[in-house]
Design a protein around this ligand. Structure first.
Ligand SMILES: *Cc1c(COP(=O)(O)O)cnc(C)c1O
Length: 418
């Protein structure tokens, strides 16, 4: 494999035209779309229109005339197509952290009614910290214990005592991909509800919530959905649960008739009850552009075709690292069926952060995640990542190491966001 071979793969790639839907900076190899997705070309114009026309000219009328009020459901229906959910089952609202709270609280209420006496919530120690922080405060308030396992194999033995199993489908550090259908089926056999976080899977791998018969799901707008920094998040509730419980942050936008302005809360039917306050119109409008950009791939084979390319990209990355960078260990699963849309590496000595900084200076943007071990993380977004980007990124990494470039002092000062 040489650089010309990578260029040839791009020339033969049926998904290649999709890259044009993004406004990418010249000379940058962007491998961080799993942390902040790139800017779709449509977004700037659409956001300008929302601001200058809908807000500037339409003013408050736009809640009706521009249908701002139904944005959470409208964009939710589009996201549903990407995650195997149906119409009217997904809403866009709040952040992932808040949505974790809302769905986990609902799941605990259902578990308390259906399997009383179970006092534990199970998750993984390697789960994204905010999920664990939120779960632990909720468990504390409601008298549950949050039990964290170090390996998925430990889950089974706990299920008979478990109220809710809360997992993230694709691990943010390693890219490990759970088998959602099998894990959910195992949980259900023991009467356990399964809550899935799709932050690193929605838009990155095929997700089939209905097929897997999951109970609740949440996910992020600013990663593989390309909704922009701080984009609102989404949540899904299995229709069999949706009208059973009020969510705990019962705000007026989740009321059956918000403009009755009545002092008593009456939840809306369906997933709309999972709204709390006023929708973030500008943010959701930007998210809609990101989701539309992803849905444009439907003309090219959709998420299945994206998945195939994503796996080819991370496989190429892994092969090149294995042959050219002996000092690095691949921390992502080499089994295609278990790998999300990223490749994570660790380095034998202290310096992962500095290596990532040296790469960024060369225009190769990945990121660093502290832990045991420290991780150099490279996300691939098949909508815009090319084979030659992977080849060049590895080539830059080889140079950073061969010339001891990364040892330079300027790469060792940590920013507030890594
Ligand atoms: C990115 C991510 C989050 C982010 O939550 P915010 O509320 O948007 O800050 C949460 N959970 C997981 C698993 C993530 O990957």
């Amino acid at each position: 494999m040489n650089r010309d071979d990578a260029v040839a793969l791009d020339q033969a790639d049926p998904l290649a035209p999709l890259r044009d839907l993004f406004d990418l900076p010249e000379g940058t190899i962007y491998l961080d779309g799993n942390s902040l997705g790139a800017l779709p070309r449509a977004t700037a114009g659409r956001v300008a229109e929302v601001v200058t026309q809908e807000w500037g000219q339409g003013l408050i009328e736009s809640w009706n005339t521009a249908s701002w009020i139904t944005l959470p459901q409208r964009v939710g229906d589009k996201i549903a197509r990407i995650i195997g959910a149906g119409d009217g089952e997904v809403v866009v609202a709040d952040s992932t952290s808040l949505n974790v709270y809302k769905v986990l609280a609902s799941a605990l209420s259902i578990a308390a009614a259906d399997s009383p006496g179970r006092r534990i919530v199970v998750s993984e120690r390697s789960n994204f910290p905010t999920d664990l922080y939120i779960a632990s405060s909720l468990c504390r308030d409601r008298g549950y214990e949050l039990v964290l396992v170090d390996s998925p194999s430990e889950i089974e033995g706990l299920l008979d005592r478990t109220a809710v199993l809360m997992l993230t489908e694709v691990n943010y550090r390693t890219g490990f991909l759970h088998d959602m259908a099998a894990v959910t089926a195992g949980a259900h056999e023991h009467g356990v509800l399964a809550v899935w976080d799709l932050c690193h899977s929605a838009g990155a791998v095929p997700v089939d919530l209905r097929g897997a018969d999951a109970d609740f799901a949440i996910g992020c707008g600013y990663k593989f959905l390309n909704g922009g920094p701080g984009s609102p998040a989404f949540l899904w509730v299995n229709p069999r649960h949706v009208d059973r419980f009020e969510q705990p942050l019962s705000g007026w936008m989740g009321h059956a008739a918000p403009f009755e302005m009545s002092p008593g809360y009456r939840p809306a039917e369906g997933v709309s009850r999972y709204l709390s306050g006023t929708p973030a119109v500008i943010g959701i409008s930007a998210l809609e552009c990101g989701v539309d950009t992803l849905l444009a791939s439907e003309a090219y084979g959709g998420i299945e075709a994206l998945r195939e390319k994503s796996l080819a990209l991370t496989r190429l990355f892994a092969d090149l690292v294995a042959s050219r960078l002996p000092g690095f260990t691949i921390e992502s699963p080499l089994d295609d069926a278990r790998r999300g849309s990223q490749l994570s590496l660790s380095f034998g000595e202290d310096g992962a952060y500095a290596i990532v900084q040296a790469l960024i200076e060369r225009g190769v943007v990945g990121d660093f995640r502290a832990g045991e071990p420290d991780i150099l993380r490279f996300g691939v977004t098949p909508l815009y990542t090319r084979y030659v980007d992977v080849w060049d990124a590895v080539d830059h990494l080889v140079s950073v190491m061969d010339d001891d470039e990364w040892r330079d002092e300027r790469f060792w000062t940590r920013g507030a966001v890594t």
